[in-house]
Design a protein around this ligand. Structure first.
Ligand code: F6R
Length: 243
């Protein structure tokens, strides 16, 4: 695992966007795994700026979701599909057809989860998966205790994650869904390159456990230690508890 410490979130965004741009120059139809939440936003803005400046072409690029809420009505502005259409697909000028995601409104959620794993494989697998990290060490929505071999499936969010995400729902935890579909840890580990971005002091303990602690289901992000090509990009605040 490579750990890159950067001065601030904007620099982290630039570095990760450049890694995506380099991949796309080498492999124009690369499949980029994109996360939601606050942390990746500087990445998406920096990548869109590179596209606007003609530094990289994305006309053949494809993107795929890491996770999705279950039970939000189609088109809800905080469904992860809506967020990623707004923050990634539209700014990059991609076709919605280039965007893969699980169906959080499916009647049969387990079948939708299996179908999503199959769709990722059929698409040739994820080339670069961008990950954030929860304050409790989750990746995707694999909360502490998730099997390190897990596949895409439905999960129940912890109270802590619902509290953390209430800011996207007018600060009202009651509006935060209880369930999500998330790529499993085993699914995530199949991506060719994992890039975990963490910024801010609130992530410092989770980052230290991820990088320096034992590999353990109680810290799902520690599974990155098992991956042959994992990069952890952290700002100084998020790195503050590293030895
Ligand atoms: C979201 C996701 C989550 C977030 C994590 C951190 O797609 O997979 O694991 O990355 O909850 O969220 P932020 O970046 O908002 O702190």
């Amino acid at each position: 695992m490579e750990v890159v410490i950067v001065p601030d979130a904007a620099t982290g965004g630039e570095i990760v966007a450049e890694a995506m741009a380099q991949l796309l120059r080498r492999k124009p139809d690369a499949l980029l795994g994109v996360a939601t939440g606050s942390t990746p936003l500087p990445v998406y803005r920096a990548l869109a700026a590179k596209v606007g400046a003609g530094e990289v072409q994305v006309d053949r690029a494809r993107v795929c979701q890491l996770d999705e809420y279950v039970g939000l009505p189609a088109g809800h502005p905080e469904s992860y599909r809506s967020v990623l259409l707004r923050e990634v697909v539209e700014p990059l000028g991609l076709s919605p057809d280039a965007f893969l995601g699980p169906d959080g409104a499916a009647q049969d959620i387990p079948a939708a989860c299996q179908a999503y794993d199959a769709a990722l494989s059929a698409a040739g697998g994820v080339d670069l998966q961008l990950l954030g990290i929860g304050t409790d060490g989750h990746i995707g929505f694999n909360e502490p205790g998730s099997s390190l071999a897990s596949r895409t499936r439905i999960k129940t969010l912890t109270e802590q994650t619902r509290v953390d995400n209430a800011r996207f729902f007018d600060g009202d935890i009651e509006q935060v869904p209880h369930h999500v579909i998330t790529q499993g840890i085993g699914t995530i580990l199949e991506a060719r390159h994992l890039v975990l971005l963490a910024t801010g002091e609130g992530k410092a303990e989770a980052v230290a456990q991820t990088v320096e602690g034992p590999v353990a289901a109680i810290v799902p992000a520690s599974a990155l230690q098992l991956h042959p090509h994992a990069t952890v990009v952290v700002d100084e605040a998020a790195a503050s508890e590293l030895k």
